[in-house]
Design a protein around this ligand. Structure first.
Ligand SMILES: Cc1cc2nc3c(=O)[nH]c(=O)nc-3n(C[C@H](O)[C@H](O)[C@H](O)COP(=O)(O)OP(=O)(O)OC[C@H]3O[C@@H](n4cnc5c(N)ncnc54)[C@H](O)[C@@H]3O)c2cc1C
Length: 322
């Protein structure tokens, strides 16, 4: 299928957002017009006005205060493994927390329980390595899922074997003005691929309930999971994992397969022949190729089976700073 919107839009002649709104704030790394393709697992996404990495939480707080004062459109980016970023230059502030929220502390509780306090910017692979080193189990289901704690919490990442809500004790959040609050798990709905956290708040850290587990048992469970992933998913390709949620008691992948769409392409975006609910970037796909393919799948599955697929991946749009 041909798709005509491959041309990149030119950079704006002048920034509508003034760099001086945030430039010069201490303790923050700024990258102006940074291509988001470098920060997403789909490997697509055009340049963003500013990618900011605060080095600590005080710097994040001053940045967020400025976001509110100046109504700067802002998105938070974790590992970029569940998002589709636009191709066009995007006048938005993207914030990454890998420097500001990178703590990982194991705490033994009276009575034998164990908790891990993990910063939102910590990568899931680092968290799993820490669990193995400390002989902690409960998060094995995360093996093979890329991204950060923050993204995993927002998405309630998981598999049939478990999800983040199952192990959550509390989560600490900051609003787009720098104000903090803590929510206990009893106040958080948790659902299928969405935690139901308050809209627009930034996840700073979470406390997770784990259990002492023999390392060999955790390793064996993780090996099994990875074996299944490698045989049934195109894990070696650029993708964002499953594109659609499974409709109640149905499999999105099976519906897409039965619609005859395995291998169907728009530009370099392809419905994986290994797992029909995965779209892979064959090399030069754009976000608009991927979006066009997503819409085609939605249309075909609805036409053939009367089922409206719900997207699991997030198509990024700016959110108001105020
Ligand atoms: C190969 C592969 C396999 C995958 N397998 C699975 C799987 O088995 N199960 C599963 O659930 N998912 C899976 N995924 C999807 C994805 O990895 C998870 O959803 C992951 O938890 C997303 O984390 P992230 O840090 O990359 O989030 P991002 O993609 O960066 O962000 C996701 C959303 O969370 C928001 N966000 C991120 N960090 C914060 C924060 N600190 N505060 C507020 N908002 C934030 C973003 O704005 C965005 O809306 C897979 C993806 C790939 C590429």
């Amino acid at each position: 299928m041909n798709h005509g919107s491959r041309n990149r839009i030119d950079f704006p002649a002048a920034d509508r957002l003034d760099r001086s709104f945030i430039d010069g704030l201490p303790g923050i790394e700024f990258r102006w017009w940074e291509p988001l393709a470098r920060h997403t697992t789909f490997r697509v996404g055009g340049p963003v006005w500013c990618l900011a990495r605060p080095r600590d939480e005080d710097a994040l707080e001053s940045l967020m205060k400025r976001v509110r004062e100046r109504s700067i459109p802002c998105v938070v980016l974790g590992g970029g493994s569940n998002v589709l970023a636009p191709d066009e230059p995007w006048e938005v502030l993207a914030v990454q927390l890998n420097l500001a929220c990178c703590g990982l502390v194991v705490e033994d509780l009276e009575g034998g329980g164990v908790q891990v306090h993990a910063g939102a910017g910590v990568g899931l692979s680092r968290l799993l390595r820490c669990c193995l080193r400390s002989g902690l189990g409960g998060l094995e289901f995360l093996v093979g899922i890329p991204g950060s704690i923050g993204g995993a919490l927002v998405m309630n990442a998981g598999t049939r074997d478990g999800c983040m809500h199952d192990v959550l004790e509390w989560v600490e959040l900051m609003d787009r003005g720098g104000q903090r609050r803590r929510l206990n798990v009893s106040e958080i709905p948790g659902g299928y691929r969405s935690m139901g956290l308050p809209e627009g708040w930034i996840v700073l850290r979470a406390c997770l309930n784990l259990r002492r587990t023999p390392v060999a048992r955790s390793k064996a469970a993780m090996r099994d999971i990875m074996k299944k992933r490698r045989s049934g998913q195109p894990v070696e390709c650029a993708s964002a994992g499953c594109v659609f949620k499974n409709p109640p008691s149905l499999s999105a992948g099976e519906l897409i397969d039965r619609a005859g769409l395995k291998g169907f392409r728009v530009g370099d975006a392809e419905v994986s022949t290994k797992h029909a609910n995965w779209i892979i970037n064959r090399g030069r796909a754009t976000a608009s190729d991927i979006l066009c393919l997503i819409r085609h799948i939605e249309g075909e599955v609805f036409r053939m089976f009367g089922v409206s697929l719900e997207r699991e991946i997030r198509v990024l749009e700016s959110q108001p700073g105020a």
